[in-house]
Design a binder for this molecule. Structure first.
Ligand code: DX5
Ligand code: ZN
Length: 223
């Protein structure tokens, strides 16, 4: 699937809120329910106060899905593991600007492996940090909670940041997509879409519901 520069909204369920005793089934279920992308949260217990899973789990579920595998690396010095995640089956890889000293170099490490590259920004991190790499990015991930856990409350102060980024992307004539992650549900989804987000990550608002198709539909614009 290619993400064309139109106005379609893409929904990316975050596996973090799935039932880990039956991951392959969960992935197949969200794919069937109309998900576009599978969001994979990688945490190292250092950059964020939680530990999740690594490339081995990704390569295990890869044969069970045709979804885009979007790997959100919440790890210190992510440059150490880009190749491992690419080999495991990641299609998109995002790294945190706060987690590396050489952002430009890591972005290009991802691109040289023919993967889509994104930079994630914590709620307090200004957009300035990506000013000179924006042209190189396929997407920017605006965190709308502090990374580390699912089920947190959406931080409203992130909305002006999404609007500002959207404006910069338009002024520069770029196709860079804005992804949002954290506290996205049927109430916050319209707000982030209005601000300029195109890819909505949602964990608890999808895997926490019984009917995944209904939950995915509830995040999309009604028109
Ligand atoms: C948080 C993760 C998110 C998380 C979102 O650090 O990056 O992807 O799974 O969970 P919800 O949608 O429940 O806030
Ligand atoms: Zn995430």
């Amino acid at each position: 699937m290619t993400l064309k520069p139109n106005n379609r909204i893409f929904i990316a369920p975050s596996l973090l809120s799935a039932d880990f005793s039956k991951l392959a089934e969960e992935v197949k279920a969200v794919e069937k329910a109309g998900a576009d992308i599978l969001h994979l949260d990688i945490m190292d217990g250092l950059f964020v106060p939680n530990i999740t899973f690594g490339p081995l789990v990704i390569s295990s579920i890869r044969p069970h899905s045709n979804l885009i595998f979007d790997t959100h690396l919440m790890i210190e010095s992510p440059e150490r593991y880009i190749k491992d995640f690419a080999n495991a089956g990641a299609d998109w890889i995002s790294i945190h600007a706060e987690a590396t000293k050489h952002l430009h170099r890591v972005i290009w490490k991802i691109k040289e492996l023919d993967k889509k590259a994104g930079v994630a920004l914590n709620p307090h991190t200004p957009l300035d940090i990506i000013k000179y790499v924006l042209e190189d990015l396929d997407f920017v991930l605006i965190m709308t909670v502090n990374p580390g856990f699912g089920g947190q409350k959406f931080i409203k102060n992130c909305l002006p940041k999404i609007r500002e980024l959207k404006k910069i992307i338009e002024e520069k004539g770029l196709n860079t997509l804005i992804q949002v992650d954290g506290g996205i549900n049927s109430e916050t989804a319209p707000e982030v879409i209005k601000a300029g987000a195109r890819i909505l990550v949602a964990g608890s608002a999808i895997f926490g519901k019984k009917d995944y198709a209904k939950a995915i539909e509830a995040l999309k614009p009604s028109t």
